[in-house]
Design a protein around this ligand. Structure first.
Ligand code: HEM
Length: 457
């Protein structure tokens, strides 16, 4: 043991019980992590309380771990909030349970809609409803937050519950409030120092209540599905779960995996869209070029479809650059190593929690020319063709890569192009005043509140 300890990656000296927590800037935790990397190198050790964590910083370190040693780094690390909310679901599970739930979730998302309505059609339908809502605003300034949450969570609702909700539905609005509360709770610094939090008073109490509320909502839906289930004709994700066999597919797993899809799939995409439009307000030249590409490739007479993406390199590059620039989940979700492993002359002992700092990959100066600027050119070659970048990891990488990546990318492209096919964006305030730095930056980066006008063209 002593020999292994001697070969742990270096790091700041921890205090007893508190570890290095006092050295973290509560407002922007990932910046503190990046500072540590400047001092201790791309692989270093810190202590959150008494828990040892190995942090991976920069493309090279994250790729070596998550891609080149994928199996060993595929464990889900200790994160008190995840344990509270996804004990038996896909995000928080390990070992055989995780493998089965992940395979199930990917397959159901991929196959869903075969013979029925495809996921693409569901998104197109929702994008249509969304533009109708925006049209009703008559060019007056609105905060887009709830418009996007409603539309995006309706896509997931339609997959997991089999139906979308009307935008005024009271149950739906309650669910959305709870989801928003959850993401904000996740984004606060409480999420990082959560080891002690359940026992302390503080803002996280509302957060735990919100989680219980969502779980009750889903449990109720599962009950209704059970009562009307036809095993020969599954209608949605929940039905597929109910008709799956094996010890893994029990009630808690259904509720928690459905919960995972909802929480992981709603605020992520809707926050990206909300942040994305704010960026476009600040960069009208970029919006103008997307309008031109839409006019050229799609026109005004039909809905955008996913096939258009490969013929619209500029728009595709903008969507990528929005995701890179906003850096939605800067710290990634904790992993753990499933066995002792040697990396860069260090030994990381089995079960150590790993933080793959996605932020440090998305802003790696070795792979992006202007890491801190918004510049769609990061994903375009000299001829204006789309070019991929291996350091594009907003969905993480390796065996735990986001289950909803395909769905999320489809949604971002279809919602954005449908909105810009119908409207020009205007800011009611001087765009100099729009501040693109996040309002909250912890687990997630949340944009500052803003308003915009949707002008019909
Ligand atoms: C812009 C949108 C999204 C972003 C940026 C995003 C990002 C991420 C990230 C960084 C992870 C952690 C991967 C890791 O452990 O290393 C993750 C996991 C996950 N995401 Fe997403 N996500 C998005 C949308 C979605 C959607 C739409 C769904 C639902 C269908 C979803 C479902 C999941 C699930 C189930 C996991 C856990 C995977 C596992 O533990 O094996 N995500 N996502």
């Amino acid at each position: 043991r002593r020999k292994n300890k001697a070969r742990l990656p270096p790091g700041p000296t921890p205090l007893p019980i508190l570890g290095n927590i006092l050295q973290l800037n509560g407002k922007e935790v990932f910046r503190s992590f990046i500072k540590f990397a400047e001092k201790y190198g791309p692989v270093y050790t810190i202590y959150m309380g008494t828990e040892r964590i190995v942090v991976l910083s920069g493309y090279e370190a994250v790729k070596t771990a998550l891609n080149d040693n994928g199996d060993v780094f595929s464990g889900r690390g200790h994160m008190p909030l995840i344990e509270k909310i996804s004990a038996g679901g896909v995000v928080g599970s390990n070992g055989e349970r995780w493998k089965q739930l992940r395979r199930f979730s990917l397959m159901t998302l991929r196959n869903f809609g075969m013979g029925k309505k495809s996921i693409e059609e569901r998104i197109q339908e929702e994008a249509h409803f969304l533009t109708e809502e925006f049209r009703k605003t008559n060019g007056q300034p609105v905060d887009p937050t709830y418009y996007f949450s409603k539309a995006v969570s309706n896509v997931i609702s339609s997959v997991v519950f089999g139906n979308r909700f009307e935008y005024e539905d009271k149950d739906f609005l309650r669910l959305l409030n709870l989801l928003n509360e959850t993401f904000r709770g996740f984004s606060s610094v409480w999420a990082q120092v959560g080891n002690f939090m359940e026992r302390l008073p503080g803002p996280h109490k509302a957060f735990f209540k919100a989680i219980d509320g969502i779980q009750e909502f889903i449990a109720e839906k599962v009950k209704l599905h059970q009562e009307s289930l036809d095993p020969n004709s599954p209608r949605d994700f929940i039905d597929c779960f109910l008709t799956s066999h094996g010890y893994i597919f029990h009630m808690t797993a259904i509720v928690n995996t459905t919960f995972d899809m909802f929480t992981a799939g709603t605020e992520t995409v809707s926050t990206t869209l909300r942040y994305g439009l704010m960026i476009l307000l600040k960069h009208p030249d970029v919006e103008e070029r997307i309008h031109r590409e839409i006019d050229q490739i799609i026109g005004r007479n039909r809905a955008p479809c996913i096939e258009d993406r490969s013929r619209m390199p500029y728009t595709d590059a903008v969507v990528h650059e929005i995701q890179r620039f906003i850096d939605l989940i800067p710290l990634g979700i904790p992993h753990k190593v499933t066995q002792d492993i040697e990396i860069k002359d260090y030994v990381i002992p089995k079960d150590t929690t790993i933080y793959p700092l996605l932020s440090s990959v998305l802003q790696d100066p070795k792979l992006y020319k202007y890491p801190y600027d918004f510049n769609p050119g990061h994903f375009l070659d000299k001829e204006g063709k789309f070019c991929r970048n291996d350091a594009f990891m907003p969905f993480s990488s390796g065996k735990r890569i986001c289950v909803g990546e395909g769905l999320a990318r489809m949604e971002l492209f279809l919602f954005l192009t449908t909105i810009l096919q119908n409207f020009t964006l205007r800011s009611p305030v001087d765009t100099e005043k729009l501040d693109l730095t996040p309002e909250i930056s912890g687990f997630g980066n949340c944009p500052r509140p803003y308003q915009l006008c949707f002008i019909t063209h």
